[in-house]
Design a protein around this ligand. Structure first.
Ligand code: AMP
Length: 397
């Protein structure tokens, strides 16, 4: 399984969390059925956005990209995302990228101009197989006068110098965006593989460009057996995105809500649907999760229907909202073993974890209340409740 990774020039936000939690659950689920899953993700560490930000910050591209890559990995760990087998950076695959472009030129699927190398969209007959649109009629982002057709896309940008440029047969420069992914997947999987994932915004042009590149090499079709695209996480009706300045970073969200609360909120919606994020929605999800934990104390043995319902839901195009309904039934009947096992797949602890820090916090609150320092005690309680940990205080003596 290959999932498009982030462009590392800023902190990851809840939109990223949505997409990567979904694929984390898919990998965990497939592994739980006994399949061997190699989950590959790329890291885009050479891109205009990185270059622009590093210029405005006065830092080096490399330093900026490495810094945000580390922050991204930290955020993923904080969200409990640990299923990725290998993260592959674009910049550590430059010789392979150059080799793939060279083969595309040799196959006459790409041509060279003064400004770089371009994919010739007219040579590829399966155009638009994902979006259902005729890609040759659409313009690509880079509009260069040297292109034969406005829909042709760049494979190598020549005539660029400085940090993050490399020597190539077409002059010093850097790779285009689409070619990094097909190079990385060809290296680790070969020209055909099982699953490719990413957000909805990547279908066109990115994923169609990937298909055109890979299938033009030796004509093997299809490049990928299953495509999965996540719907957007939106805020006030708009896609959450760094460029729209409406994003809530993962770390900000985690300072207010637990990772289980956030995962539960995300998984209550089907991955292909849009997901509107609101504070109320996250808090409600936290309460529902806490209710499951509150009733999941006594083990009443196996609930076969509940278990089957969970598996059927996961097998139905990863229908996590239906899986959550099954979790509710398993909690109602007290099938603790299933709650633990399915909790591992969803990356959520459904059994109350009376952890040491939680116990200490509760003890501190009791002490504060005994000293009549209610303001501080209430502040701790409110933060705990917002984080999905309900507190009901015993009456004061
Ligand atoms: P980017 O960092 O923009 O390259 O995005 C990395 C991945 O996160 C891609 O698969 C995007 O489609 C996905 N993504 C970005 N924003 C959102 C969002 N608001 N909702 C869902 N997925 C998103």
């Amino acid at each position: 399984m290959f999932v498009c990774g982030p462009t590392v020039y800023d902190y990851a936000h809840l939109g990223h969390a949505r997409t990567y939690v979904v694929f984390d659950v898919l990998a965990r689920y497939l592994r739980s059925t006994g399949m061997e899953v190699f989950y590959l993700q790329n890291i885009t560490d050479v891109d205009d956005k990185i270059i622009n930000r590093s210029r405005s910050e006065g830092s080096s591209y490399r330093e900026l990209a490495r810094r945000f890559e580390a922050e991204y990995l930290k955020d993923m760990r904080s969200l409990g995302i640990d299923s990725v087998s290998y993260y592959a950076r674009a910049t550590t695959h430059i010789p392979e990228i150059i080799d793939q472009i060279r083969r595309l030129v040799a196959h006459k699927a790409a041509y060279v101009t003064d400004t770089g190398v371009y994919f010739d969209i007219e040579t590829f007959s399966y155009n638009g197989q994902l979006s259902g649109q005729d890609a040759s009629k659409r313009k690509s982002r880079v509009n260069d006068v040297t292109k034969h057709n406005p829909a042709d896309f760049v494979l190598w940008k020549s005539g660029e110098y400085g940090e993050y440029t490399w020597e190539s047969p077409w002059g010093r420069g850097r790779p285009g965006w689409h070619i990094e992914d097909t190079t990385i997947t060809e290296k680790y999987f070969g020209q055909q593989y099982d699953i490719h994932g990413g957000g909805l915004d990547l279908i066109f042009p990115h994923h169609e460009a990937e298909i055109a590149q890979m299938e033009s090499l030796e004509g093997r079709h299809p490049m990928v057996r299953y495509w999965l695209h996540t719907g957007f996480l939106t805020i006030d009706g708009e896609k959450m995105s760094k460029s729209l300045h409406n994003s809530i970073t993962i770390r900000d969200a985690l300072s207010r809500w637990t990772k289980d609360n956030i995962r539960y909120f995300i998984l209550l919606s089907h991955y292909r649907s849009p997901l509107q994020v609101t504070e109320k929605g996250i808090i409600q999800a936290g309460r529902a999760l806490e209710h499951i934990r509150t009733i999941s104390v006594r083990d009443n043995g196996i609930n076969p229907e509940g278990r089957e319902e969970f598996i059927t839901a996961m097998e139905s195009d990863l229908n996590t909202p239906m899986a959550m309904a099954a979790i509710q039934k398993l909690a109602d009947s007290g099938d603790i073993e299933a709650l633990k096992a399915f909790g591992e797949i969803l990356g959520i602890d459904f059994i109350r974890n009376n952890s040491v820090p939680l116990t200490i916090l509760q003890e501190i609150r009791s002490e504060l209340r005994a000293r009549k320092e209610f303001k501080l005690a209430d502040m701790i309680r409110d933060r705990m409740v917002a984080g999905g940990i309900p507190i009901t205080d015993p009456p004061l003596k």
